[in-house]
Design a protein around this ligand. Structure first.
Ligand code: MG
Length: 461
């Protein structure tokens, strides 16, 4: 038989006037609720949720999910019936040890080995969550967060737009995306785990993990064997860290697991040797969808619901749909900055490509082009000026450079280069002499004349 040992502590902290957290320690069920709302509303919300949960006696995962939905309903009805409590809400995370299920009842239990594989059809630990209170598992010295926070900053972390460190101090870290009491029904996350001797479960409100990082949480759980001592030490560390919020901690240890862990490990080793089983090698927690609940969702009472600071998604009997991606000011700013950077880069390329000139050939005529020879990316060169220098007159020593496109830093420099070409061409022409026959009556003396090619200037387009 699985047996547990546990301890709990809760404190107002160093800043808040009252403690709006509530803790449930009622073996085999444990919970932490973090209430919110003006005046005493937050306190009432968390108390109502915990009392409602305590009144249930879940024996399956579906039972516990349903119990949380009923707790949501209780908070919502209480808020709807009292104007002073309008807007109140609460988080709720809980674990419960329940008897093992038949295979058809646990077909969605991805986190545990099957009965056939491990002979582990015994007790299960069910974890449920709504909001940003957390359940961690401490297994073999490693601390793993099982639950997902239903908060704005955690959505940003999951989308890779915020680091865990940034989330810890983000000014909007208190904005929740799902709580109890906001709507008549609520979607509940749930997990099913196999209890293993030596494992510890840590339930806590955000007043703990916003003040104490995971390494220090793990250090305390590693160091203090007694769960009551560990819970009080963690609350003390949160207060030393600033105590800016109410802080609540429950530590639950699995002290006996009926040797199921060993049986499962042996069965898995055998399965590995046969290489025929698809059972996971380690029964690590795996997030799974809310199971179908045994009764339909209650219909909302007339009069509408409260409007707390957070929004809530409604419960479903089908697998949880993917979370809709929201457009936030951060994503708009990111797209804007990206466009500015891309626009700047495109402008720089266009400016660089258009700020230089080269002397080349255009239809067997020397010409000046604006741009880079052959173009740069999408910016193609354009004809700036034609010259009257034919390609055939280009001095042989310069012909290769002109064919390839002789670059010049400015239009003036390009013109100078063309002028130099023309001068060289003229010099070549002067060296070409033609001896004409003597004209009648002028004797026999030879006349040497120089023929010059028509070398005009450049013409603008
Ligand atoms: Mg809190």
């Amino acid at each position: 038989m699985t047996s547990l040992r546990f301890g709990a502590a809760t404190d107002t902290g160093k800043v808040r006037a009252n403690n709006q957290d509530a803790v449930l320690v009622a073996e085999p069920m444990f919970a932490v609720a973090d209430g919110m709302g003006g005046h005493a509303a937050g306190e009432i919300a968390s108390e109502v949720a915990v009392e409602s949960l305590q009144a249930s006696a879940p024996s399956t995962r579906g039972d516990l999910v349903m119990a949380v939905r009923q707790a949501n309903r209780a908070v919502w009805e209480r808020a709807a019936g009292d104007p002073e409590l309008r807007g109140m809400g609460t988080t709720l995370c809980a674990i419960a040890l329940v008897p093992g299920q038949d295979s058809e009842d646990s077909e969605d239990s991805e986190a545990v080995p099957s009965t056939e594989a491990g002979g582990t059809g015994g007790d299960q630990i069910i974890v449920v969550n709504v909001g940003d209170s957390r359940v961690y598992q401490f297994h073999d010295g490693d601390l793993t967060q099982i639950t997902d926070d239903h908060s704005l900053v955690e959505d940003l972390v999951r989308e890779g737009r915020l680091s865990q460190e940034e989330a810890r101090t983000h000014p909007q870290r208190n904005i929740l995306t799902r709580v109890l009491g906001n709507e008549p029904d609520v979607e509940v996350d749930s997990w099913e785990l196999m209890p293993q001797r030596g494992d510890r479960y840590l339930l806590c409100s955000d007043g703990l993990f916003n003040e104490v990082d995971d390494d220090r949480l793990a250090s305390v759980l590693r160091r203090l064997d007694n769960p009551e001592d560990a819970a009080h030490e963690l609350v003390s560390l949160a207060n030393q860290g600033g105590g800016r919020d109410n802080v609540s901690v429950v530590v639950v240890d699995v002290v006996d697991d009926d040797d199921r862990a060993e049986a499962a490990a042996a069965a898995l080793a055998g399965a590995d040797a046969g290489a025929t089983s698809t059972v996971p090698s380690v029964p690590r927690p795996t997030s799974s969808v809310s199971p179908a609940v045994p009764t339909p969702a209650p219909s909302p009472p007339a009069g509408g619901g409260p409007g707390p600071r957070a929004s809530s998604s409604s419960a479903t009997d089908s697998p949880r749909p993917p979370k809709p991606r929201r457009v936030t000011w951060r994503s708009v700013l990111f797209v804007f900055c990206l466009l500015v950077v891309l626009g700047g880069a495109a402008g720089a390329v266009a400016w660089f490509a258009g700020s230089t000139y080269y002397v080349g050939l255009d239809d067997e005529q020397v010409a000046i082009f604006r741009g880079r020879p052959g173009g740069l990316l999408w910016v193609q060169p354009t004809l700036a000026e034609r010259t009257s220098l034919p390609a055939s007159e280009v001095p042989p020593a310069r012909r290769e450079a002109v064919n390839a496109g002789k670059e010049a830093p400015s239009l003036g420099a390009a013109r100078k280069y063309v002028a130099a070409l023309e001068e060289q061409a003229m010099a070549e022409q002067r060296r070409t002499t033609t001896t004409l026959p003597p004209a009648p009556g002028t004797g026999t003396g030879a006349i040497t004349t120089t023929t010059t090619a028509p070398l005009g200037g450049t013409t603008g387009r």
